[in-house]
Ligand binder design. Structure first.
Ligand code: NAD
Length: 296
C-alpha cells in the first residue's frame, strides 16, 4: 500500500512519521523543504510535486492550514483529484469549513475516488506521541478499513457520520477548545489582579469542576511554562473560530460567545500574536490589562 501525505507542518509531520514508524510506505510533499529533509531522515520519501504523489498513491492524506490550501491542493489543475486513479482514497485531515468538505466529497465522488474526512483532536503534543483522536466522516462500509489505518497514527477513531460529518464535529470541538482559551486567560489574569498566587490558582482551578483539558494539559506545558511556540497557532485558532461562526450563520444558529471569542482572537492577532500558541491568549489578556505575564 502506497501512501501520499501532503502537509508536514506541526501536525502533519508527527502523523506522517507515525505511519513510517509503523512500517508503511509514505511519500510526502510540503512547500517547506526543511520539513521534507527531516521526514527523509526518519525513513520517509519525498516527491517533487502533488502530481507525483497522487499518481503513485493508493491513499492520499492532506494536512494543510485551511480551506484555501485544501482547495488548491486537492481541486487544482495539477492537484490530487486530477491525478489520483479511480477506486483510490483521499482522506482530508485538515480543519476546513462545511462547504469546502462537501465540495471535495462531491468532486471525489464524480471521479469514483473514495473520500473521508478525519480531522484531528487533542493537542499537538498528543500527535507527537501517536495519541491523536480522529473525528471520522466516512461511509459505514469504509469504517473498519479506515479505523485500522488511522490507528497507525493515533489511539481513537470516532465515526461521526457520512463524509463531511468529521469536519462538522471538529468545528464544534474547536469552538469549545478556543472559548476555553479565552476563559482560562480571563480567569488567570483576574486572579493575578487580585494578588492571588499563580501556582495556587492553577491548583484550585484544575482541582475543581472549573477545570478543562486546555487548562489542565496545555497551560502548564505552554504559556505558564514560558513556551509560546505553537502547538496550535493563534492564526489557526482564529481560522477555526471563523469557520464555526460561518457555520452558525449558515444554519441560523446564534453563537454569542463564539463570535465574541473570535473577536478576542482577532485583537490578539492585531497585537502580534500570530505564530504563537493559542495559550498565549493569557499573555495578550495580561498585556491589555497591564499586569505581569503569568508563569508558574
Ligand atoms: P502548520 O501551519 O504547522 O502546517 C501546515 C503545513 O502545510 C506547513 O508545513 C505548510 O508548509 C504546508 N502547506 C501549506 N500550503 C501548502 C501547499 N499548497 N502545498 C503543500 N504544503 C503546504 O499547521 P498545523 O498546526 O500542522 O495544522 C494543520 C491543520 O491541522 C490545520 O487545518 C489545523 O487547523 C489542524 N489542526 C491543528 C492542530 C494543532 O494543535 N496544531 C490540532 C488539530 C488540527
Amino acid at each position: 500500500m502506497k501512501i501520499g501525505f501532503i502537509g508536514l507542518g506541526r501536525m502533519g509531520f508527527p502523523l506522517a512519521s507515525h505511519l513510517v514508524k509503523n512500517g508503511l510506505d509514505v511519500t510526502a510533499f510540503d512547500l517547506n523543504l526543511a520539513q521534507i529533509e527531516k521526514f527523509i531522515q526518519l525513513g520517509g520519501k519525498s516527491a517533487e510535486n502533488i502530481q507525483h504523489i497522487a499518481k503513485n498513491a493508493d491513499i492520499v492524506f492532506t494536512m494543510l492550514p485551511g480551506p484555501k490550501q485544501s482547495k488548491e491542493v486537492i481541486l487544482g489543475d495539477n492537484g490530487v483529484l486530477a491525478n489520483l486513479s479511480e477506486g483510490k482514497y483521499l482522506i482530508e485531515l485538515s480543519t476546513i469549513d462545511t462547504d469546502t468538505v462537501d465540495l471535495l466529497y462531491q468532486h471525489a465522488k464524480e471521479k469514483n475516488i473514495k473520500f473521508a474526512d478525519a480531522p484531528v483532536g487533542r493537542l499537538a503534543a498528543h500527535a507527537d506521541l501517536g495519541e491523536s483522536l480522529f473525528m471520522l466522516g466516512a461511509e459505514t462500509a469504509e469504517f473498519d478499513y479506515l479505523q485500522d489505518l488511522l490507528l497507525k497514527m493515533g489511539t481513537t477513531v470516532l465515526h461521526c457520520g457520512e463524509p463531511g460529518a468529521g469536519t462538522r464535529m471538529k468545528l464544534i470541538n474547536n469552538l469549545m477548545v478556543l472559548c476555553y482559551c479565552q476563559l482560562n486567560s480571563e480567569a488567570l489574569v483576574l486572579a493575578q489582579g487580585l494578588g492571588l498566587d499563580a501556582k495556587k490558582t492553577f491548583e484550585v482551578l484544575t482541582g475543581t469542576t472549573a477545570s478543562n483539558g486546555q487548562l489542565k494539559e496545555k497551560w502548564p506545558q505552554k504559556v505558564l511554562n514560558n513556551d509560546l511556540t505553537p502547538g496550535f497557532d493563534i492564526a489557526l485558532g482564529f481560522k477555526d473560530l471563523t469557520l464555526a461562526c460561518q457555520a452558525a450563520q449558515s444554519t441560523g444558529i446564534s453563537l454569542p460567545v463564539g463570535n465574541l471569542v473570535r473577536n478576542m482572537f482577532q485583537l490578539a492577532r492585531h497585537a502580534g500574536k500570530d505564530g504563537q500558541d493559542t495559550s498565549s491568549m493569557t499573555d495578550f489578556w495580561a498585556e491589555v490589562n497591564q499586569i505581569e505575564k503569568i508563569r508558574i
